[in-house]
Design a protein around this ligand. Structure first.
Ligand code: LFR
Length: 464
């Protein structure tokens, strides 16, 4: 059967077709990129938004192209980054464009929240790494601003839920994306109603939770006709991109636990577990218990990742000195600078200039300031590797046995220098790939929903 994965990342989106065939009793997945488009943050007035209507249109172009290619599509599923959401009014209409998690509206919200919330007790329910980008703090900022939008909102839909809602007309929330909100009970895998009531957020905002590997609804007739796709199921997969990516880790049966870095704009470093770890140690180590597919918990740390390089390369391009990835990495490999910066410092979250932010940070902290593009890249990559090593040390202390091997998946796994520095810093073998982990995980989870694949273990054995 053929499935369409619609994978939205912070910088671009893609529609990928995946077909599973069986030859000699062995299943194989063939992937085909159908459509790729840009995604960008738009500053408008006081806020930074995602351009949801344009993204929806881009997605439909992808669906149309798939129909034109003559693909017989059995399922469609959307995955996106975490934490962001749109609000729907009681007529079912979108209230405003979704705001991007990098918007400044959440600044100071975590301190306010924890002024009268016990951190340990809170973590023991949600098990979420506290980050001000999280949905919880976005909602608190709306409350604090007395947002008229919040007052008229009927439903909250996370980004993949929002796309799926406008594809099907069904409003529901997929479990893995809800787990990024800091508002889900990690043990019951349902909403943390106690928290929701305490914050006086209306219960009706929070939709029924559907599990990955189930059908969300049917493609609306008008879209089916407009795109030429006909009747198709819209499927709930690991609609959080990280969950889909982790599902595609090519782990062998004897790897326990499966350890990974999902490497892209963010680096998500962790392991797959059967149950959440909700201890004080996990909280202090800043690990998060996110929902995975097949009943798993992805226990991981959210680390600022190749966002640094994305920003630097964009800035250099604007300055008229566009860099090729390979030459830049070659220069970085040669650079001798030893500087390491804390990659998660606030200064690097959304600076006007990343180059200036790095230089200023080094100057203010008596660190050698990188002078060339190669040296700047070297500083970023070795700082990421150092952070990975620190996170892994914390992680190992919480596991019965330390991790033996690390899979680096996603677009960032193509960065050979970072892979090498990571291997050196962690002292365990690194296996790189697949690059398209998210789309693969998305497609295979659709196959799971359709019964074409029977388990996550089987998914991991499929040849690509
Ligand atoms: C990765 C990711 C991370 C999430 C971040 C922001 O793409 O989904 O898991 O924390 O984006 O939503």
């Amino acid at each position: 059967m053929t499935y369409l994965a619609i994978d939205f990342g912070g910088g671009s989106g893609r529609v990928v077709a995946g077909t599973i065939t069986t030859e000699g009793g062995k299943k194989q997945l063939t992937m085909q990129l159908v459509h790729r488009f840009q995604n960008r943050q738009v500053r408008l007035g006081e806020h930074v938004y995602w351009d949801f209507p344009a993204l929806f249109e881009d997605m439909k172009t992808g669906l149309r192209k798939a129909a034109q290619l003559g693909l017989k599509v059995s399922g469609i599923a959307v995955d996106t980054w975490g934490v962001d959401f749109g609000l729907i009014d009681r007529n079912g209409d979108l209230i405003g464009n979704p705001v991007c998690y990098r918007d400044a509206r959440t600044q100071g919200m975590a301190d306010e929240f924890f002024a009268d919330t016990d951190r340990t007790a809170h973590y023991s329910v949600n098990g979420t790494q506290v980050m001000e980008i999280n949905t919880l703090f976005q909602l608190l900022s709306l409350k604090k601003a007395n947002s008229p939008q919040l007052q008229i909102a009927d439903k909250l839909l996370f980004t993949p839920d929002l796309f799926s809602y406008f594809l099907t007309g069904e409003a529901n929330t997929e479990y893995t994306i809800a787990s990024t909100s800091e508002m889900l009970n990690a043990t019951t895998r349902d909403w943390d109603w106690e928290l929701i009531d305490r914050l006086q957020l209306p219960r009706h905002l929070f939709c029924p939770i559907v599990m990955p590997g189930t059908v969300r609804g049917k493609l609306r007739k008008d879209i089916a006709e407009e795109t030429g796709l006909g009747e198709v199921d819209v499927i709930a997969v690991g609609s959080h991109d990280t969950a889909s990516a982790v599902a595609a880790v090519p782990a062998k049966d004897d790897e326990s636990p499966v350890a990974f870095i999902s490497s892209g704009t963010w680096s998500l470093l962790g392991v797959e577990l059967d149950k959440p770890i909700l201890t004080e140690e996990a909280r202090r180590a800043e690990f998060t218990n996110e929902g995975g597919i097949g009943g798993k918990i992805t226990f991981l740390q959210n680390i600022t990742g190749l966002w640094f390089l994305q920003r630097l390369m964009a800035e250099w391009k604007e300055e008229g000195d566009e860099q090729q990835y390979d030459t830049l990495l070659a220069a970085a490999a040669e650079a001798k600078i030893k500087t390491v910066i804390p990659v998660d410092a606030k200064e690097f979250q959304n600076p006007k200039s990343m180059q200036a932010a790095i230089r200023d940070y080094c100057a203010e902290h008596a660190l050698e300031v990188p002078q060339s593009k190669g040296a700047t890249t070297r500083v970023v990559l070795q700082s990421l590797a150092a952070k990975y090593a620190e996170a892994t040390a914390h992680l190992n202390a919480m596991l019965p046995t330390p991790i033996q091997k690390l899979h680096i998946i996603g677009g960032g796994s193509q960065n050979k220098l970072l892979n090498r520095l990571t291997e050196e810093a962690l002292g365990v073998p690194v296996e790189a790939g697949p690059v398209e982990a998210t789309a693969i995980g998305n497609i295979l989870c659709q196959a799971l929903a359709k019964g074409e694949v029977k388990s996550v273990a089987e998914m991991r054995k499929i040849e690509i």
